[in-house]
Design a protein around this ligand. Structure first.
Ligand code: ADE
Ligand code: ZN
Length: 337
């Protein structure tokens, strides 16, 4: 019998909630700063890591956006994405739906074309080199204007075939889903899949999740842990078979803990709950570390871990054949271990 720790390391995994810009490790940040002749406000990697001292979403977001200043050229985006793919290939991640934040770059004068071509090239190379398949979700920054989101949606038209869905991230405070109702309706009419962040323990979390369902018609919810506070909401999420992309180590940094018991409760309520890494360079832990942390806190069985990973395939936006192939791969691993 495979020990549980090895089972988690080896099981083929799928990630549905990771921000490309949140995978920018301090070592790469220094390298890119040097390459682009930029000064960083830290003398060393250690000093930078020590400054990653967040206790809520806003304090994290300040560091997250500041860190992106080193991303300038096509090659920078390529190197960033390749570093992530290489790292998670070693954790047996087989498929990723990855967020990126176009506005965080276009506001700095970096063209969307530069961002897209670096990421696309890394996606192609990582499929060849590491066997990882990936698709992209373009996020709108909810603390920016509706007009800016509309402009971004328009700019993305020429990359429509390379982007699977749209999401909503950044500071949720005073930026409810409803603010972007028209943008998401437009995105839907262009054929994008829809998801939105409903971050953990925000003001009006439950109201925001209801808006995602009733006013936006999302295909998935990012985080969404607070749905457990409302039985009717839980029932509706289950009825619609909406995936919830929970990020335990991220939760522990911006709220009062990993919410591992909430994950277990969601499994028991047969919700399509999944485990993900969010911003692993800032909330240290990729897929294996996140699954391990939940397992250690609430004692998940191998079948429950396998269920979480299978949920990620079911909640993904893969087509039927691909879904069946990945589910088969995960089930075969589980039966053999
Ligand atoms: N941008 C990157 N990570 C985020 C998160 N966890 N919540 C909101 N916006 C984000
Ligand atoms: Zn996120």
């Amino acid at each position: 019998m495979t020990p549980i720790g090895d089972f988690i390391k080896l099981i083929p995994k799928v990630e549905l909630h990771v921000h490309l810009e949140g995978t920018l490790e301090p070592e790469l940040k220094f390298l890119l700063a040097e390459r682009n002749n930029l000064e960083l406000p830290y003398a060393s990697v250690e000093e930078m890591r020590a400054a990653y001292d967040f206790d809520d979403l806003s304090s994290f977001l300040i560091q997250y956006y500041e860190g992106m200043s080193v991303l300038v050229t096509e090659e920078d985006f390529y190197d960033l994405a390749m570093a992530y793919f290489e790292r998670v290939a070693a954790q047996n991640v087989i498929y990723v739906e990855m967020f990126f934040d176009p506005q965080a770059h276009t506001v700095r004068g970096i063209e969307l074309r530069t961002v897209m071509s670096g990421i696309r090239r890394a996606q192609q190379d990582s499929e060849k080199s590491f066997g990882i398949r990936s698709q992209l979700i373009m996020c709108f920054l909810r603390d920016m204007s509706v007009e800016s989101a509309a402009e971004t949606l328009e700019q993305a038209r020429e990359f429509r075939d390379c982007i699977l869905g749209v999401g909503l991230d950044s500071d949720e405070n005073s930026n409810p889903p409803i603010k972007f109702q028209q943008i998401f309706a437009d995105a839907r009419s262009q054929g994008y899949r829809l998801t939105m962040h409903c971050d953990v323990d925000q003001e009006n979390s439950v109201t925001h999740i209801w808006q995602c369902l009733n006013d936006i018609g999302v295909d998935r919810i990012d985080h969404g842990v607070n749905s457990l506070e409302d039985d009717k909401l839980v029932e509706e999420i289950r009825r619609r078979e909406l995936g919830l992309t929970v990020c335990p180590i991220s939760n522990a940094h911006v709220s009062d803990g990993t919410k591992a018991s909430a994950i277990k409760a969601m499994l028991e309520k047969e919700l399509l709950v999944t485990v993900n890494s969010d911003d692993p360079a800032y909330f240290p832990g990729y897929m294996t570390e996140n699954l391990t942390r939940v397992q250690e806190e609430v004692g998940l069985t191998k079948n429950e871990i396998s269920q979480l990973v299978q949920n990620s395939v079911k909640a993904s936006w893969l087509n039927g054949d691909e879904r069946a192939k990945y589910l088969q791969q995960i089930k075969a691993f589980t039966d053999a271990n």
